[in-house]
Design a protein around this ligand. Structure first.
Ligand SMILES: Nc1nc2c(ncn2[C@@H]2O[C@H](COP(=O)(O)OP(=O)(O)O)[C@@H](O)[C@H]2O)c(=O)[nH]1
Ligand SMILES: [Mg+2]
Length: 259
């Protein structure tokens, strides 16, 4: 693809200046697609170039019923395009450079098949993801109900602190909306997870979803390190206490050196 498209791009650069309005329009759309291609290419080279560096990586899995817009959201975020036709995904993985807490980060996004289709892969996804983007369609109540079940399953395996973002997609379909914002918001509040309404079609709140998920992963990793440090510090303190009691067996007052 690269070999074919690069020469095309350079040919365009060397071509004559268009003189009629129709060819001018054609050249603008051609230019836009070339710019988009270059953007994707640049992203690709940056990612490969930085592969060896110590850039932080965030593994995000996108889950939800088939047809809710998982691929549309992912492609809108990674490539800036909206796919109109529905093509059932098996599994696609994408990479995108972003910033998390003002630091460069690489987001690895796994776009899955519908949750109803991958029962065999379910456990693997639940265990390997660092964070989850959980998508339902605002225009289909059943996709919200099914997603509730998925969330409970993930929490049963990974605990309640697992980083996840609940996403109500297709907010542009206002006339056919079936899930009220307040219902989804209340559900998310109970589980203490963020809820975001998106439109992959209009590119509304799309980057917010993935970037919020990365921030949650970062926070969760920091908390984990903090908890481990705290527990190893208290282990050391306990040991010191025991040794101190041993060497001071005549002392009946329960006390411990605090340093
Ligand atoms: N109106 C509207 N349609 C969408 C939106 N997101 C996805 N779709 C459409 O819904 C269908 C299924 O989308 P897709 O991303 O393939 O769903 P997936 O199976 O969850 O990956 C496609 O026809 C998309 O064009 C959206 O935000 N608004
Ligand atoms: Mg898909």
């Amino acid at each position: 693809m690269i070999l074919m498209t690069l020469p095309q791009f350079f040919c365009y650069q060397n071509s004559k200046v268009p003189h009629s309005l129709s060819s001018f329009r054609f050249s603008i759309s051609h230019l836009t697609s070339n710019v988009r291609f270059l953007e994707v290419l640049l992203n690709f080279f940056l990612i490969s170039g930085l592969k060896q560096s110590k850039m932080k990586e965030f593994k995000i899995v996108v889950l939800g019923n088939g047809g809710v817009g998982k691929s549309a959201l992912t492609l809108q975020y990674v490539q800036g395009i909206f796919v109109h036709n529905y093509d059932a995904t098996i599994e696609d993985s994408y990479r995108k450079l972003s910033k998390v807490d003002a630091e460069n980060a690489r987001l690895e996004i796994l776009d899955t098949a519908g949750t109803e289709q991958f029962t065999g892969m379910r456990e693997t996804y639940y265990q390997t993801a660092q964070g989850f983007v959980l998508v339902f369609s605002l225009a289909e109540t059943s996709t919200f109900e099914n997603l509730k079940q998925t969330i409970l399953e993930i929490m049963a395996i990974r605990g309640e602190e697992v980083p996840m973002v609940l996403v109500g997609n297709k907010s542009d379909l206002a006339e056919t909306r079936q899930v009220e914002e307040s219902d989804a918001q209340n559900f998310a509040r109970k589980l203490r997870i963020p809820y975001i309404e998106t439109s992959a079609r209009l590119n509304q709140n799309v980057s917010e979803v993935f970037e919020e998920c990365a921030v949650l992963i970062q926070k969760s990793a920091k908390n984990h390190v903090e908890r481990r440090r705290w527990s190893s510090e208290s282990e050391i303190r306990d040991k010191k206490c025991k040794n101190w009691f041993k060497s001071c067996c005549c002392c009946l007052i329960p006390c411990c050196p605090t340093d």
